[in-house]
Design a protein around this ligand. Structure first.
Ligand SMILES: C[C@](O)(CO)[C@H](O)COP(=O)(O)OP(=O)(O)OC[C@H]1O[C@@H](n2ccc(N)nc2=O)[C@H](O)[C@@H]1O
Ligand SMILES: Nc1ncnc2c1ncn2[C@@H]1O[C@H](COP(=O)(O)OP(=O)(O)OP(=O)(O)O)[C@@H](O)[C@H]1O
Length: 274
C-alpha cells in the first residue's frame, strides 16, 4: 500500500498578465504548500475510488469525473484508490489538483511514467506534482522552483461558499497586469511579508463581487492579528500570516466560532537537503 500526501496549495500572490487565444489566462504566481491537505492511498488492483473525510460529501456528484480517477486514466494506472478529503472542495487551495498529483506520484512509485502534460488535468496539477515553492507562469505549466521559504505561521479560512474558478476569471475587469516584481531570497518572514505587500491576488476583487463573505473573512483575519491576509487562487479560502504559532492557533479557534472552516498550519516541510 502506498500513501501519498496531497498538500493544500497556496497562491501567496497571483497576477493575471494576459489571456491565450483559447481563453485560458496567463498568470504570474508565487505558490507554496501548507502542512495540511488531503491524503491518497493506492493499493494494486483494478481502478476504483473510495472517499472519506470531512469534505467527502462535496464530491458525491463528481463521481467518475473525480480528478483522482482522471489522473489514473491519463497514465493507464490500475489501483484501488482511497481519498481522505480534508480540504474544502472548489476552494482555491487546489484540492482536486493536489489529489490528482498525489495519484500520479503514487502510480509513478508503482512503475507508471508521469504524464508529459499534466496541466491537461488542471492548471494547478504541474505545480502540485512538483510540490516545492515555485513561481508559476504560463497557464500554470511554466514553473521555476524557488529556494525554501522562511517558516510561516498560517491560518486558512473558508467560509463555506464554493467558488467556481471559470466564473471568477470571467469577471476580471483587466487581464493585463504586470508580472511579479523580482523574487529575492527571503531571509525571514518579515522580508517575505514586506514583498507580499507590494503584490496582490488579481482574482480577489472578482471573487468578492461574487461572494461578498470573502471580504468579511479577510477583515476577520486582520482583526485577529494577521500581519497580512489574502485570498488564495480563485477563492474562497483566504490565508492569514501570523507572527507565531500560538497567535495563529488562537485566531483559528476564534474564526472557527463564526462557523467557518479555520485551521492553523505552517508550510509543508521542504524535502530538499538544506
Ligand atoms: C486559479 C488557480 O488556482 C491559480 O493557481 C489556477 O489557475 C486554477 O487551476 P485549476 O483549478 O487546476 O484550473 P482548471 O481546472 O485547469 O481550469 C478551470 C477553469 O479556470 C479557467 N482558467 C484556469 C487556469 C488559467 N490559467 N486560466 C483560466 O482561465 C478556465 O476557465 C478553466 O476552464
Ligand atoms: N478529488 C477532487 N477534489 C476536489 N474537487 C474535485 C475532485 N475531483 C473533481 N473535482 C471537481 O473539481 C472542481 C474544483 O475543485 P478543487 O477543489 O480542485 O478547486 P480549487 O480548490 O478551486 O482548485 P484551484 O485552486 O486549483 O482552483 C470541484 O468543483 C469538483 O467538482
Amino acid at each position: 500500500m502506498i500513501v501519498e500526501p496531497a498538500p493544500a496549495k497556496l497562491n501567496l500572490a497571483l497576477h493575471v498578465t494576459g489571456r491565450r487565444a483559447d481563453g485560458y489566462h496567463l498568470l504570474d504566481s508565487l505558490v507554496c504548500f501548507a502542512a495540511i491537505g488531503d491524503r491518497v492511498t493506492l493499493t494494486p488492483g483494478p481502478l476504483t475510488l473510495t472517499i472519506d473525510g470531512p469534505f467527502a460529501a462535496g464530491l458525491a456528484e463528481v463521481d467518475a469525473d473525480n480528478l483522482c480517477l482522471r489522473a489514473a486514466r491519463l497514465v493507464g494506472g490500475q489501483a484501488a484508490l482511497h481519498l481522505h478529503k480534508a480540504l474544502p472542495v472548489a476552494s482555491g487551495i487546489g484540492g482536486g489538483s493536489a489529489d490528482a498529483a498525489a495519484v500520479l506520484r503514487g502510480l509513478a512509485r508503482m512503475g507508471h511514467p508521469l504524464p508529459e502534460r499534466s496541466e491537461r488535468l488542471g492548471a494547478d496539477v504541474p505545480v502540485c506534482l512538483m510540490g516545492l515553492p515555485a513561481r508559476m507562469q504560463g497557464i500554470g505549466e511554466v514553473l521555476t522552483p524557488l529556494p525554501a521559504l522562511p517558516p510561516l505561521h498560517l491560518v486558512l479560512v473558508n467560509p463555506g461558499v464554493a467558488v467556481p474558478t471559470p466564473a471568477i476569471f470571467a469577471r476580471l475587469d483587466r487581464r493585463d497586469g504586470p508580472p511579479l516584481p523580482p523574487l529575492p531570497a527571503f531571509p525571514d518572514a518579515p522580508a517575505l511579508i514586506g514583498w507580499l505587500r507590494t503584490v496582490r491576488n488579481d482574482l480577489q476583487p472578482p471573487a468578492i463581487a461574487l461572494a461578498p463573505v470573502i471580504a468579511d473573512v479577510l477583515q476577520a483575519l486582520e482583526a485577529s492579528g494577521a500581519q497580512l491576509a489574502r485570498m488564495s487562487g480563485s477563492g474562497a479560502t483566504c490565508f492569514g500570516l501570523f507572527p507565531d504559532a500560538s497567535r495563529a492557533a488562537a485566531a483559528a479557534a476564534a474564526l472557527a466560532r463564526s462557523g467557518w472552516w479555520a485551521v492553523a498550519t505552517e508550510l509543508a516541510p521542504d524535502p530538499r537537503p538544506r
